[in-house]
Design a protein around this ligand. Structure first.
Ligand code: SAM
Length: 236
């Protein structure tokens, strides 16, 4: 039986209180219940949710310093990974959960209300739209994404949302290094630079996991992100 409290402490140095552990449990129950009606995750058991969603989300701390009031946006958050799981572990973060599918945003709002969390919200929009909203563009210290798009398109989603001096973290599998190679031109145009690629090892998971750490060095030019669909159809 895997123990989230022990694993979060041993792997990432995160101390979870009983209240936070209960919040993770409630989140798991809601996720599996709603998953019977709307497609939120391919993962079906609480133990798998613990490792592949909650613990994997917490691995973000290997790539970023978490300060109180750090503004975080999770791009294509789906059912809230990694952003909502990170918010439970670090309640002092200000977190925006950006998601293009309305039903998923409804789920996120339901979980946020059920857990009584403050300083976290769903945003129903595409990244290509959010990147031009004055209250979103250039507003975030930390921009996260897991399983949303190949890295050249993901850079176009993420970098416009980051502050200059902020960081983007793309959570990737076996293709991480290949995707970094494909993103050199996108990073140059959008004002980012890969600082490091950090390996994440999770119990019971064999496939490789990597955090691609991207620093935002310069303002992203105004035309980016391009129109919805263009970043994936015609990657930079
Ligand atoms: N990040 C979550 C995770 O790892 O469990 C969800 C991953 S899911 C495979 C990808 C999600 O990204 C979907 O919910 C999809 O609606 C959303 N998405 C894809 N493209 C997007 C875009 N351009 N803007 C906002 N959300 C997007």
């Amino acid at each position: 039986m895997l123990d989230l409290k022990q694993l979060a402490a041993d792997l990432f140095g995160i101390t979870l209180t009983d209240e936070q552990l209960e919040q993770f449990d409630t989140y798991t129950c809601e996720l599996l219940e709603w998953n019977e009606k709307i497609n939120l995750t391919a993962i079906k058991t609480p133990q798998e949710v613990l490792v592949r969603h909650h613990l994997d989300s917490l691995s973000i701390v290997l790539g970023a310093e978490i300060h109180p009031n750090t503004r975080v946006i999770d791009v294509g958050t789906g059912a809230g990974f990694p952003g909502l799981a990170l918010k439970i572990a670090y309640p002092e973060l200000d977190v925006t959960l950006l998601e293009a599918t309305g039903k998923k945003v409804k789920f996120l709002e339901h979980v946020i209300a059920s857990l009584g969390l403050q300083g976290v919200r769903g945003l129903h929009a595409r990244a290509e739209e959010a990147g031009h909203m004055p209250d979103q563009r250039g507003q975030y210290h930390l921009v996260l994404a897991r399983a949303v798009a190949r890295l050249p398109a993901l850079c176009e989603y993420m970098l416009p949302l980051a502050k200059v001096g902020g960081r983007c973290i793309a959570m990737k599998g076996a293709t991480a290094f290949e995707e970094v190679e494909m993103s050199i031109e996108a990073l140059r145009i959008l004002g980012g630079r890969v600082d490091d690629v950090v390996e994440v090892k999770l119990p019971t998971v064999d496939e490789p996991h990597w955090l691609i750490l991207i620093d935002k060095l310069r303002e992203t030019p105004a035309p980016y992100p391009r129109k919805p669909g263009t970043p994936t159809r015609k990657p930079l």
